[in-house]
Design a protein around this ligand. Structure first.
Ligand code: KIV
Length: 268
């Protein structure tokens, strides 16, 4: 019997049971099948595709048409995992634009949930989407679409003011109806505290092992990043004899067991 499909309620139940959620980025049909076979729970069609597929320096240039194309490619091979799609830069600048963007990602791209970056200022947008039946994943901490404002890809939440801001934004997103939250590049203690306080699952990337699940960029965890792979990632492929399938299965096992990220991948 095929295992039941992962829904937003499945993820909430997993958090309730203390079962960790394994998430990876995915941008095409072939990898979708491999990730499904490895037992990945959430497939994220991230706008990181601008960097890993297109060779851009940032995610800012990724368009909605490009996101729809890649989401639809993944949706065609998706079997069990929940499919989450990123809203591109400025495509959710107002609740009205966000509704139109979510409509395309869900109807043409086949995603089950949309993700966008930012906190308190987006509370009305989260409420407008969830009121129309659109599941929302928040994204706090390092916000790659704001790289030009931040002046680089910098760790967030290290001082008391910015930590408080992330804490308050997380609570506000949950209160507005978000069903999932990604915390990127924040201190492990802060991420664990937020995961402990929120009812919704919190997925970390560069945020330590105390979250309810983990996500990595696929190309980073397969050792395909020929630039400077992030210090919080891990190459699961190099040195294996069982190839890509073995690397993906190993990632899922380590996330579920709580052994990834280890201390080597946990920034102070
Ligand atoms: O675009 C992306 O891949 C992401 C992950 C890094 C969380 O947002």
């Amino acid at each position: 019997m095929p295992s039941p499909r992962v829904t937003v309620s499945t993820l909430a139940a997993m958090k309730g049971r203390g079962e960790r959620i394994a998430c990876l980025t995915c941008y095409d049909a072939t990898f979708t099948r491999l990730l499904e076979r490895a037992g990945v729970d959430v497939l994220l069609v991230g706008d990181s595709l601008g960097m890993v597929l297109q060779g851009q320096e940032a995610t800012v240039s990724v368009t909605l048409d490009q996101m729809v194309y890649h989401c639809a490619s993944v949706a065609r091979r998706r079997e069990r995992a929940l499919l989450v799609g990123d809203m591109p830069f400025l495509s959710y600048a107002t609740p009205e634009r966000a509704l139109a963007t979510a409509g395309r990602l869900m109807q043409e791209g086949g995603v089950h949930m949309v993700k966008f970056e930012g906190g308190g200022a987006l509370v009305d947008t989260v409420a407008a989407l969830t009121a129309q039946g659109v599941p929302v994943c928040g994204h706090l901490g390092l916000l790659p679409q704001s790289v030009h404002k931040l002046g680089g890809y910098r760790f967030q939440g290290r001082d008391a003011v910015s930590a408080r801001c992330i804490r308050e934004d997380a609570a506000a997103l949950q209160a507005a109806g978000a069903g999932l939250l990604i915390l990127e590049c924040v201190p492990a203690a802060l991420a664990a505290e937020i995961a402990g306080q929120l009812k919704i699952p919190v997925i970390g990337i560069g945020a330590g092992a105390g979250c309810d699940g983990q996500v990595l960029v696929l190309h980073d965890m397969l050792g395909l990043n020929t630039g400077r792979p992030p210090s919080f990632s891990k190459d699961f492929l190099t040195g294996r004899t069982d190839g890509v399938a073995g690397a993906l299965a190993s990632y899922v096992r380590e996330v579920k067991a709580g052994t990834f990220p280890g201390t080597a991948q946990t920034p102070a």
